[in-house]
Every structure is written in C-alpha cells, then in structure tokens.
Design a protein around this ligand. Structure first.
Ligand code: AMP
Length: 550
C-alpha cells in the first residue's frame, strides 16, 4: 500500500467537530416529521414529538434506577414502541443496549445475559417465568422493569422495580443527554453459529449512524423508493435480531410512520398491513411465505397490493417472488449478517432492467445485489486473490465497511478467525457478474461436494421451489461412501393431501440438467416429503438440525 501525506489543517480554536451519536438520528426525524405516528398493534399510537418525550422520560427512569454510562441494559420484548424507545434512550445515556434473542433456548438466553454482564433488564411479562429461573445466576442485575400491554395481576419472585408505562408517566419530559466519544459501544447482541456458544457482536454510535445513513440512501435508491417521510413502515424482522436490520433507526431518521406489531401473529400482521396501509416491510423468506399462504391473502379476500418488501437473511426464491408479484407485492433481496450491522448489498437494478417487464427483472430482484455505499466487497479464491467478475468464478465473500463488528465480544480466537488480513470473512461463497452484482451461492459449510463437483444447495432449493406442488424445500449434503457427499432434499408439499411424487420433482429438475444449468450430480439422491422443516430462532432453514434429523 502506498503512503501519502495529504494536507490536514488544524481547526480554528473555537471550531467543534461533533461526534456521530445516535441522538442525532432521533432529532433529525422529529424535525422532519414531528406529527407522524408511531403505532403499536391496535393498542396505541402517538406522534414523533411524544416519542421523543418518551425517550427522554425513559432516560430519566433508567438514571433513577442507577443506570450509568458503560452499563449494559438488556431488553426482552416483542417488537414495540417501548423497544424503539430503548433503541434510543439506552445508547443516548452512554449505556449499552443488549437486545436479547428471546427465541433462543432458555439456557442460551441465560448464557448471553451472563456473558453480556447485564446490569438492568426491561422485560415483557411473557419472559418473566424464564427470568425467574435465571435471576439467581445473574448476580449483576440490579432490577427488572416490567413491560406489559394490559393491566394484569402478576406474582413473581423477580425484584421488579415497577411497570414501564406507570413509571414513565412520572418522569420529566426533558433529559439533558451527555455528549461523548462516537466510538462508544451502543448495542450488543448474540448470534448463533453452527458450533459453540452464541457469539456477541457489538456496534458503536459512529457505526450505527453511518450504517443508518447508507441504509437511508439505499432504501431511497431509484426503483426502490421504500422509505421516506410519506411511507408507512412495519418491521417483520425481530428487533432483537441485528436491530431489525437497523431499519427502525433509518425510519426514525427519515420520519416515516412506524407500526410495531408486537409478537408476530399472522392475523395481527395482516390486520395491521391493511388498517395502517403499510408500504414497506422487511423479513426472511419464511415469514413472507407465511403471510402469502395465510387464508385471507391466498384466497384474495384481502388485498396487499402495493406492499413492498426487502427480503434477506436467506435467498429469495423466484417462486416466492413470483407468488408475491401475482398479488401485486413487490419484493427484492438484501444481504448481510449479524457481524455486519447488517446491510452489505441490495438488489438495486440497472436502469434498463428497472424499466423491463417482471420476468426480466426476476433474476435481478432475487440476486444478492450491489454493495451499498461505503461497502467494499470482494469474492476471493483460497489464496485471497480477487476473482473475475464473470458470474462463474466462485469464492468466499470478504468485506470492509465502517460498520462491521470489530471483534466478537470477549472472544479473542474467534474474532481473529472472523477478521483475517484486514477483511471480515463472511463464510459465504458467491459469484459476481460484469455489472458488479453479487450472487450468494451458499454458506461455505453448506456447499455440497459430490464426485469432485461442487453443488450449491441454494440453487437447488431455488429450482425445487419452482416445482408445482412444492411449498417449502431445504437441501443438504449427506455423507456418501462413493461420492463423498450427495444432495438430499426435504420438501413440504403445498397440499398435504395431494403431495407431489418424488419422481415428479426429479423429472422437473432434469430439464435444468438438459439446459446445462445444473449438473446431473446435483439431482438429489433422496427427496423426503415432510410436514415441516426445522427453522432457526429467526425463521431461517436450520441446516444443523436438518442434518441431525436426516
Ligand atoms: P445472520 O447473521 O443470522 O443474519 O445470518 C447471516 C447469513 O445469512 C449470511 O452470512 C448468509 O449466509 C445468509 N444470508 C443473508 N442474506 C442472504 C441473502 N440475501 N441470500 C442468501 N443468503 C443470505
């Protein structure tokens, strides 16, 4: 690398250079759209002005409970305006927000809370019984603040300090927030891998502000136009998972109307989509499938046309994008991971494709997309050499961006495995085409090696999902004495009473062999019809459990 000496001028003594702090995102949003609303299920709604006051009140409440800068405040809640208030109030105090993945096993939840050294906890009533079990083993926790939607009697051994709304109401509406270093840690959460304990990833104020700005520019890109002051936004990616992809921060900055659905229940989600006229959501493919297959939507009784979705966490299959399109729903892919805050790429289409018909757009909409501003993404071979942008050369994705976790929390060895040679290694394999558009082919660990050939489980899933009668599919490699590994597919039939025959699926796949899209080694050795496919805590195919099951 060449070193240069650009000119840096000293500031005049009276100049200041304000740090990038999360409070700026809130203040920007309130200025932009103070009267827009924050909605909670069919339970409550208030303006951005009131939202800002509530953030200040929560800061007073936490301070009165002894929370100080550097402390860790855990939240166990469904998606709610309370959670959004904690997204701001906790980091704005200089404390660290630990968003607890409430879908982990009880022991894993305890592990993450102990490892994070939580000092204070906000918990929804639903998680009180679990926390009662753990409290004796969480010696640092000073107190628990109860969150609930309706008044109800609660007997508990937890040392509750009170109820959220009742305590908030007693606090002053203005808090004099401190200014501090933009590199202060703002958030912390845990991601589960294929082995070992969950790993903590953490993000600073600076990282979250830069991620928010880049995400805002992406969500407003030509053709996307997903989020601005005039849009209604509802997350369907849990707030505990990578800050719901950071979109609540972005929606706040842009002043969009925000709808929080609480616990994800298909009926409530659909009701809110209709009653609040939601324009934009994001979720994993499984959740979109759940909404599209819910009776009122599938039967056409409820019209969701005009709804736009960013799909990530797993590949968007063409069949799902087509099914959505037939209902007037617009889908596109985004890609990232817990370690990357998460956004790395989004399916922004070339101008000529944006103007083309849906079938021409489809492969682009389902591709992993273009790296967003400030992201450097390379696909490299085993020696770390960048591969040509020919849509064929397959290698590992490595990235640089100003918002990548700088280490796993208190995990030296695993941190150095994540970061090598100054690049964050994603563990995903991909190709890049001549337009710079990325296509994730697989997780390195999920690639199937059969008879020396390399088979992408994602590609096979994409093809099988397009076979009539298939509702859901997962493909894994199973050990084979002769070939090393062979693909095995689990298929959930669309109609359990008239499932497709395994042979029909094989015949369907053979056309892609004949067209040269896949090799004959990719034809599954076995196709098993099942009622359900195991999913992870955030609704992705759980390949670890699928392998154990098969
Ligand atoms: P997580 O850290 O749980 O969010 O998982 C991140 C992983 O999900 C990535 O490393 C990818 O393997 C996968 N992933 C995320 N987005 C996509 C996408 N658009 N297409 C394919 N895989 C994806």
């Amino acid at each position: 690398m060449t070193t240069v000496n650009p000119r840096i001028l000293p500031p005049t003594p009276s100049a200041t250079n304000p740090p990038l702090l999360i409070r700026e995102l809130l203040e920007g949003g309130v200025r932009m759209a103070g009267h827009n609303q924050i909605v909670y299920r069919d339970l409550s709604r208030h303006s951005y002005h009131r939202f800002q006051e509530r953030v200040h009140q929560l800061a007073h409440l936490l301070t009165a409970q002894g929370v100080r800068a550097g402390d860790v405040v855990a939240v166990l809640d469904w998606d709610s305006p309370r959670y959004l208030e904690a997204f701001f109030a906790v980091p704005m105090l200089g404390a660290i927000l630990h968003t607890v993945n409430v879908r982990l096993s009880s022991e894993q939840i305890h592990y993450t809370m102990e490892h994070a050294e939580d000092d204070f906890v906000l918990t929804h009533q639903d998680f009180v019984p679990q926390l009662e079990e753990h409290h004796g083993r969480l010696p640092r926790v000073r107190g628990y603040l109860l969150c609930r939607d309706e008044p109800a009697d609660l007997e508990t051994t937890l040392p509750l300090v009170g109820e959220y709304e009742a305590m908030l109401a007693k606090q002053p509406c203005h808090y004099d927030f401190p200014t501090f270093d933009e590199n202060a840690i703002a958030t912390l959460f845990y991601t589960t891998g294929t082995t070992g304990n969950p790993k903590g990833v953490y993000f600073s104020h600076r990282q979250l502000v830069l991620h928010t700005l880049a995400e805002a520019s992406t969500l407003q890109a030509p053709g996307m136009e997903l989020l601005n002051r005039d849009k209604v936004y509802m997350p369907i990616t849990p707030m505990f998972h990578v800050h719901a992809w950071g979109v609540p921060y972005t929606a706040t900055l842009l002043g969009a109307t925000q709808v929080y659905p609480g616990r994800y229940e298909p009926e409530m989600l659909i009701k809110l989509l209709v009653s609040e006229k939601v324009d934009f959501s994001h979720c994993v493919p499984t959740l979109l499938g759940m909404v599209l297959n819910a009776e009122p939507v599938a039967s056409g009784r409820i019209d969701l046309s005009g709804w736009k979705l960013l799909i990530g966490g797993s590949a968007l299959t063409r069949s799902l994008a087509r099914q959505a399109h037939e209902l007037g729903i617009d889908t596109r892919t985004a890609y990232g991971m817990s370690e990357t805050c998460p956004l790395l790429t989004a399916a922004i289409l070339p101008r000529e494709v944006e103007q083309a018909d849906f079938e021409t757009q489809l492969p682009w909409r389902c591709s992993t997309g273009l790296p967003i501003p400030l992201v450097h993404l390379q696909v490299v071979d085993e020696a770390g050499q960048p591969l040509p942008h020919d849509d064929e050369s397959v290698g590992e994705v490595r990235v640089r961006a100003p918002w990548l976790t700088q280490a796993y929390y208190k995990e030296t060895t695993r941190s150095e495995e994540l970061w090598q040679d100054g690049w964050l290694h994603t563990g995903d394999v991909a190709t890049i085409n001549e337009h710079g558009c990325v296509q994730i082919r697989d997780r390195i660990k999920d690639v199937i090696k059969t008879g020396g050939e390399w088979v992408s489980s994602l590609e096979l899933e994409n093809l099988i999902s397009q076979c009539p009668g298939v509702a859901e599919v997962a493909v894994i490699g199973m050990p084979d004495d002769k070939w090393g590994e062979r693909p095995v597919a689990l298929v959930v039939p669309r109609d359990l009473n008239a499932p497709p025959e395994a042979d029909e699926i094989q015949v369907f796949l053979r056309q892609f062999v004949d067209q040269g899209q896949i090799t004959r080694w990719a034809l599954p050795a076995r196709i098993r019809l099942v009622d359900e496919i195991p999913k992870t805590s955030v609704g992705k195919l759980d390949k670890k459990r699928i392998r154990q099951q098969v």
